[in-house]
Ligand binder design. Structure first.
Ligand code: NAG
Ligand code: NAG
Ligand code: NAG
Ligand code: NAG
Ligand code: NAG
Length: 663
């Protein structure tokens, strides 16, 4: 009688193992269960609990082989419940920062999981050593299913109460979410709150499965060793499992549907060439005398007359001979004062001047430092015609050779023909050109992404023949220097598979590519891909609004902490840094080039599934700020559902799979 039960139970375990191997999402979880259940099977067959049933060992050995082979194919190490908590760096950070009720709940939760892990280790030790004393094993099994408050059933009930208490607002997920919404530096987690909740849910689901498997296995052992029938107890175990996982899934679904899916990078500890890059010499502060800005060499006008000019000559080798000429357009000149001291910047720098000090006391830039190149006295002069040849302070839109103000319009794509999706994104500067760069990974079943690699960007030189303005790249100019700030999400059932910049009017415009996929199989439908954008233009009924910069200094001079200050459907214009703060020598905003690739807690090799992306501005009063990319992680809420446990595992005819709730 007992053998039948064993076989049916094992066959159901094995069916579930196969289900789990197909369920690739948390690969290590399924890998664990394969080895875990595989080990149980091996132990039983080797021990020969009852050798009279020949088919038992045949059946078991046959299955074990394939199960173990599969296990080895997936991963080399088995999963450890405690690792799920200890090795989840985002969770670790949350535990460190949390206070009050959240901290208490998190600690209790970690305790429960630690205790289940302990029982599991203990149980497998008794299984391994059962030949010496099978009585110990049976005693342990009896304790494991007991009502002791330290035994599995009580622990699992406690975990359920933490997640789904009477007062729902105080559930673990909700408390964690409230904390993360409040905490401004959520980006240090490098995981969206949505991902963190989903990971926590998967950890709970795995703990439930392990607890359930241990308990059912114990009832079975007790029955085989003649301690009783236990049909009702086993049935109750299953029923409680179904109730708990149902409630946990409901709580998780509710939390996930309100959890923030955005992820972006924060200001780094230190700004380096690896964290930001600059557009250069788009509109740079430039000192030029009126006499050189007209073809006749006259001084009949004033500075303000020169709204759009160019340099024609260098009159009598004055200051014009001591500085690099502006070889592009000279824009928006103004008169500040007649005479000044100019501190030139190093010739290697993209700046022209460190600072300029006028005799009237006004200083452009920070004149506190000593001037390494030596200051130059620059004086306007009077002509005998009584015209004043003034030095003006203008903006130079330098020639394309001298400046770095190009954006690639080429598409950055994941290889959808090989079923790959975008797993991360960044902006990168190669040569003089800014590009969008994506990371890609192969999509598998149930939202699992195998791994993440960088898709190399092909650099190009805008000056080369065959490379075309408006097709391959866009050049920022005085008239065309706006960039749209949008946050784009793929429609339901689609994932992110690419991004690009495109010109809409005078705006550089961000777009994403979305591709539909089958969650169960993980297959993309490449031919159904679509580009998604927010085509709002200036002529529309509700035009985009502009993000304004207030006296923007160089953002790497840390005056204030920077926060995201743009919203969807806005734009910003690249411009010069503030006159007084920086002598208008830099182009702002700077570009954040840190990669935005979410970390994956449950599987270090795996990557995250994304559904959207955007361009944002991070700034503050008195700072030019940074432009950066953000991403939206995939919304798993609609895939979280509790699956019923097997209705009756002692019934041979019963074929219901032991389907776990891990999605
Ligand atoms: C055992 O495995 C072999 C192939 O490896 C297969 O042909 C056979 O049907 C299996 N037997 C059972 C009972 O699963
Ligand atoms: C191992 O994995 C590879 C690809 O991931 C697959 O082609 C192969 O069939 C697998 N082998 C087994 C024994 O599952
Ligand atoms: C069980 O017996 C084997 C040999 O019969 C021995 O090597 C092993 O240490 C024993 N285990 C325990 C826990 O006594
Ligand atoms: C257990 O007992 C119930 C009735 O109490 C009976 O219907 C069932 O067949 C028994 N199961 C086993 C495996 O002995
Ligand atoms: C996904 O694929 C499975 C297996 O091929 C199929 O049964 C299911 O209908 C597909 N789902 C959708 C939405 O196409």
């Amino acid at each position: 009688m007992g053998h039948v039960a064993v076989i049916v139970f094992l066959s159901q375990c094995l069916t579930s193992v196969q289900v789990l191997t197909a369920v690739r999402m948390p690969a290590r979880i399924s890998a664990f269960l394969i080895i875990y259940l595989g080990a149980l099977v091996t132990n039983i067959s080797a021990s020969g609990i009852d050798d009279s049933e020949e088919s038992l060992s045949y059946f078991v050995n046959n299955k074990t082989k394939t199960v173990l082979k599969r296990y080895k194919n997936v991963t080399k190490d088995s999963i450890n419940l405690e690792d799920l908590i200890v090795k989840n760096s985002a969770l670790g950070m949350l535990m460190n920062k949390a206070e009050g009720l959240l901290q208490m709940r998190l600690l209790l939760w970690a305790d429960v999981i630690g205790n289940i892990a302990l029982i599991e280790n203990q149980f497998s030790w008794y299984l391994e050593n059962r030949q010496n004393d099978s009585n110990m094993l049976v005693e342990y099994a009896a304790w494991l299913v007991s009502h002791d408050h330290g035994a599995v059933a009580a622990l699992l009930e406690e975990m359920k109460r933490l997640v789904s208490p009477l007062f729902k607002k105080q559930g673990l997920f909700n408390l964690a979410l409230d904390f993360l919404e409040e905490d401004s530096d959520v980006c240090v987690l490098q995981m969206s709150p949505h991902q963190l909740i989903y990971d926590m849910y998967n950890t709970i689901a795995l703990t439930e499965i392990k607890g359930y498997a241990m308990m059912q296995f114990s009832w079975m052992l007790l029955r085989i060793y003649g301690r009783g029938n236990f049909t009702q107890e086993a049935s109750l175990t299953r029923q409680r499992y179904a109730e708990r996982t149902g409630q946990t899934a409901t709580a998780a679904r509710a939390a996930l549907s309100r959890a923030n899916r955005k992820l972006y990078r924060c200001d780094p500890q230190e700004y380096t060439k690896d964290t930001y890059a600059e557009v250069t010499r788009l509109l740079q502060g430039y000192v030029e005398n009126e006499v050189d800005m007209n073809s006749d060499g006259t001084c009949k006008e004033n500075c303000a007359f020169y709204t759009l000019a160019e340099r024609h000559d260098c009159y009598k080798e004055q200051f014009c001979a001591k500085q690099a000429a502006c070889n592009g357009r000279i824009i928006d000149c103004q008169y500040i004062d007649s005479d000044m001291w100019v501190c030139p910047a190093s010739p290697k720098s993209q700046r022209r001047y460190e600072w300029i000090q006028y005799e009237n006391g006004r200083t452009l830039g920070k004149a506190d430092s000593s001037c390494r190149q030596g200051t130059t006295k620059v004086d306007s002069w009077w002509r005998w015609t009584l015209t004043h040849c003034s030095y003006c302070f203008c903006l130079c839109e330098d020639s394309e050779i001298e400046s770095e103000r190009f954006f690639s319009l080429r598409e950055a794509l994941a290889d959808i023909d090989n079923n790959k999706v975008v797993t991360g994104m960044r902006l990168v500067k190669l040569g003089k050109v800014f590009h969008l760069q994506v990371y890609e990974g192969a999509l598998a079943e149930r939202g699992f992404v195998e791994s993440s690699t960088e898709v190399a960007v092909k650099a190009f030189d805008p000056m080369h023949v065959g490379v075309t303005q408006g097709v391959d790249y866009h050049t920022l100019t005085y008239e065309r220097r706006a960039i749209d700030l949008d946050e784009l999400d793929a429609p339901a059932g689609h994932v992110l598979t690419g991004a690009r910049f495109r010109m809409i009017g005078a705006h550089l415009h961000f777009e994403i590519r979305a591709t539909p996929f089958n969650y169960t199989t993980g297959r993309l439908a490449p031919e159904k891909s679509q580009w998604i954008s927010n085509d709002n233009t200036e002529g529309s009924h509700m035009p985009r609004t502009r993000v304004k910069l207030y006296k923007p200094d160089i953002p790497t001079r840390k005056q204030t902490t920077l926060h995201i200050n743009s919203q969807h459907d806005q734009y910003i214009e690249f411009t010069h840094s503030d006159f007084d703060a920086d002598a208008a020598q830099s182009t702002v905003p700077f570009i954040d080039i840190q990669p935005v690739v979410p970390t994956k807690a449950l599987n270090t090799k795996g990557a995250s599934l994304l559904s959207g992306a955007g361009i944002y501005h991070r700034g503050g009063r008195g700072s030019g700020g940074f432009l950066g990319v953000k991403i939206l992680t995939y919304d798993y809420s609609k895939h979280v559902k509790a699956e019923p446990p097997p209705s009756e595992f002692v019934d041979e005819a019963e074929t219901t799979e032991f389907v776990p709730i891990i999605n």
